[in-house]
Design a protein around this ligand. Structure first.
Ligand code: FMN
Length: 419
């Protein structure tokens, strides 16, 4: 159990079970930067961006998702760590992200499973052959063999070992937002009837094996966290009740931090889309998943982090005061104001800048606009420029699509390895 503290406000320090002492309760949540090379190595732009966050006053910084297999990318310029070929660049990234000496940095590690765009993976792999219902962009997946599943678990462990060896303080397993680990958890995407599916116990086995295998490789002094969906907000999908079973199992494993989120590409609740803002009380408290966190708190033994929708210091303090969560995750605000955490903690700011949202009422375009606009802000920070919060959303979509399609086409030309 995490060390109890009576002073539950954002500036209070906090000690994680692995002994990591955080300066405060604010965490930069994972934001996929897409700032790797087309051969998926870390770059100077990535270093520049993380230097800004290191000086930004966060207790903990969690990187955007780093992939464990170059055959399975979420985006063309993801960083991939599957061996030590980019170790010097990884070490530079780790050093940059801890330059201020006041924050810890964890690497989020991920495999997209079926959520790998067609331009990168015409035939991605997944627990079962269930395609995403986003027309055209994603290929129909092939079901993984049991041997391939074992191999992927080994990849996560190896990636974790390498990044910790490079100087990062820990890892977070991405088991939310419809990526491979969350595909295993959902009865919609996991229709297997072997040791990896068929009932809730077997569906959560992939995640638990990841936790065990990674812990065995990184030891107990490095941090190990999990980002988990409260639900995927789809009929017949991963329910809140099933997620509570996963929380119980993770409590028994003894992880250092559980981050609560929700949604998938098909139902983007993690960013305030479907399912997240149904109740008036949720709106008042800002946080999309706070009520769920309160229920998790009743049974979980590990520290909890809540991400999604929190903008004002008052709402962050309230979420901490209730005792439901220990840490506050900030995603989109960190794209606009990398130094936001420090200003909130010092009382120089009462809230994050309102983010500019593209809301045309067309779900897919709106979700894409939200992601692309923020991604292009990260690219500006990576070039050493300030974010441009007044930028028109359509400019963000256009820049993003041009760069991503271009990157995808070049990757095709490079003949990347495929499953
Ligand atoms: C551009 C962008 C990239 C993201 N990339 C990731 C990611 O790599 N991994 C992840 O777990 N969540 C990712 N997210 C989700 C955020 O971590 C966070 O859960 C979400 O934005 C809600 O928090 P917020 O309301 O503070 O933005 C991303 C969000 C945005 C806007």
């Amino acid at each position: 159990m995490a060390e109890a503290t009576t002073q539950q406000t954002i500036e209070a320090p906090f000690v994680l079970p692995n002994g990591t002492a955080l300066d405060n309760r604010l965490v930069k949540s994972a934001l996929s930067e897409q700032l790797g090379t087309l051969r998926n190595a870390p770059t100077e732009k990535l270093e520049r961006l993380y230097r800004a966050w290191s000086h930004g006053g966060f207790g903990l910084v969690i990187t955007g998702n780093v992939m464990v297999d170059r055959r399975a990318l979420g985006e063309p310029r993801n960083v991939v760590v599957e061996d030590e070929r980019d170790l010097p660049a990884l070490k530079r990234w780790a050093a940059a992200s801890k330059e201020s000496g006041s924050n810890h940095t964890w690497v989020q590690i991920n495999h997209p499973g079926r959520q790998s765009p067609r331009i990168l993976s015409p035939r991605p792999v997944a627990p079962s052959e269930v395609a995403l219902k986003i027309s055209g962009q994603f290929g129909r997946p092939r079901a993984l063999t049991a041997a391939e599943i074992e191999e992927i678990i080994e990849r996560f462990a190896r990636t974790a070992e390498i990044v910790v060896g490079a100087g990062f303080d820990g890892v977070q397993i991405h088991s939310a937002h419809g990526y491979l680990s969350s595909q295993f958890l959902s009865p919609i995407t996991n229709q297997r009837d072997d040791e990896w599916g068929g009932d809730p116990e077997r569906r959560m086995r992939f995640l638990l094996e990841l936790v065990r295998r990674i812990r065995a490789r990184i030891g107990t002094s490095a941090g190990l966290g999990v980002k988990l969906n409260s639900a995927d907000f789809q009929r017949g999908g991963f329910t809140e009740e099933e997620s509570m079973g996963v929380v119980d199992a993770l409590s028994r494993e003894g992880i250092d931090l559980l981050e609560i989120s929700g949604g998938t590409y098909e139902r983007a609740a993690m960013m305030g889309g479907a399912g997240a803002r149904q109740r008036e009380s949720t709106k008042q408290r800002e946080a999309y998943f706070l009520e769920y966190a309160e229920r998790v708190r009743e049974r979980a033994t590990m520290p909890l982090m809540l991400t999604g929708g929190l903008r004002s210091r008052a709402a962050m303090d309230e979420a901490l005061h209730t005792g439901a969560v220990d840490l506050i995750g900030l995603g989109r605000p960190a794209c606009l104001e990398p130094d936001l955490a420090g200003r909130l903690v010092r009382g120089e700011s009462a809230a994050a800048l309102p983010t500019r949202e593209l809301r045309l009422g067309i779900k897919q375009i709106d979700d894409l606009g939200e992601l692309t606009w923020h991604t292009t802000q990260l690219w500006r920070l990576g070039r050493g420029k300030p974010a441009a919060s007044d930028r028109h959303p359509v400019v963000g979509v256009a820049e993003y699509l041009a760069a991503t399609v271009h990157g995808g086409v070049i990757r095709q030309a490079l003949r990347p390895p495929r499953y």
